[in-house]
Design a protein around this ligand. Structure first.
Ligand code: SIN
Length: 332
């Protein structure tokens, strides 16, 4: 009798745990209703890949994700990754904000064993549900030696992505997840797991999960924006603002003025891009926003916000030190 690796599945809800009375509908259903034991029972092939233990950490539609669930998840990942004999951890999640939770785990977990997030675009009760294969593939990856030392991973649609890089890029297609700046790390095809590429950052900052979460918001630059939202947020005590800038960090002059005023009061301002791929350049010294606005590198606005949240939670004074914040964004 082979001794299969011990894998822990932490379930948080999402469409992978969604159910519908109508199997022909992949759009009308209730996310986060099916318990993890039922999801596992629907994939008998798991028994010939791993010894599985499971915990229901949350049961949430991921659009409603809250910091309390992130903290609970981080604590359970840390607990299980320290248990002797646990070979890997799989997290089931909703697709809508998976990239944020993946980034959070990337930044907070040292990953002595593989941590693999997975999800589904179609509910568990639909025709051609993608969840069962995604779950099986995630367990295969978590149990595979190639996944070790690669940081937090995301497995969907037979592809393996780095948590830092992956984003949801389609409303409904099963190949909705892409890593736009550098592509996937590898693939799963039945028993064959190959992860030949090394992630941009496998060794993460291992920042602590916060006790107190600072207020960090996202705003966008577009044609003729007002400054009312920025001014209102600053008046309400926001500690950080991420701008989904146009192109390579371009921000409308009205917003630049508002954001410079915000920065002058000690609010951290980070420029990401709304384009969906590529780096936001650090401006030359002569640029009026050099040393004032921080560049998010190739992190999209949602991932940049997660990093800014954790950075300001750990050291609130960083908001007034753009150069140190810039060094952090360049290193993660
Ligand atoms: C969710 O994000 O929880 C619902 C949508 C999905 O998982 O695809």
């Amino acid at each position: 009798m082979p001794q299969f690796p011990r894998i822990v599945v932490l379930a948080t809800g999402g469409t992978i745990a969604g159910g519908s009375a109508n199997p022909a509908s992949s759009a009308r259903y209730q996310a986060a209703t099916v318990p993890v034991a039922t999801l596992l029972a629907a994939v008998p092939a798991l028994q010939s890949v791993a010894r599985i233990e499971a915990e229901q950490v949350a049961q949430v539609d991921s659009k409603d994700m809250v910091f309390a669930f992130w903290s609970a998840l981080a604590a359970r990942v840390r607990h299980w990754s320290g248990e002797p004999d646990v070979a890997g951890i799989v997290v089931t999640h909703g697709t809508d904000t998976l990239e944020e939770t993946a980034m959070f785990l990337h930044l907070t977990q040292a990953c002595p064993v593989p941590v693999v997030l997975t999800a589904a675009m179609r509910p568990s009760t639909s025709l051609s549900a993608d969840g069962p294969l995604n779950l099986l593939d995630a367990v295969r990856v978590a149990a595979h030696p190639d996944a070790r030392g690669k940081g937090v991973l995301v497995v969907l649609n037979q592809q393996v992505h780095a948590a830092r890089d992956v984003t949801k890029a389609h409303t409904s297609a099963v190949d909705a997840f892409v890593s736009p700046s550098c592509g996937p790390l590898g693939f799963v095809q039945d028993d064959l797991v190959r992860i030949p590429r090394v992630p941009v950052r496998a060794d993460n900052a291992a920042l602590p999960a916060p006790q107190q979460w600072p207020e960090v918001e996202i705003i966008a630059s577009y044609a003729q924006p007002g400054r009312v939202a920025v001014d209102a947020m600053v008046a309400a005590g926001v500690r950080g603002l991420v701008v989904a800038a146009a192109g390579n960090g371009s921000v409308h002059e009205t917003l630049v003025a508002a954001l410079k005023d915000a920065a002058a009061t000690g609010v951290a301002v980070v420029r990401s891009s709304r384009t969906g791929a590529g780096h936001v350049a650090i401006p030359p010294v002569a640029d009026p926003v050099a040393g004032v606005f921080v560049s998010a590198a190739d992190l999209n606005p949602y991932k940049a916000r997660v990093l800014l949240l954790l950075a300001l939670a750990q050291e609130p004074g960083l908001a007034a030190e753009p150069d140190r914040l810039q060094a952090l964004f360049a290193s993660v």
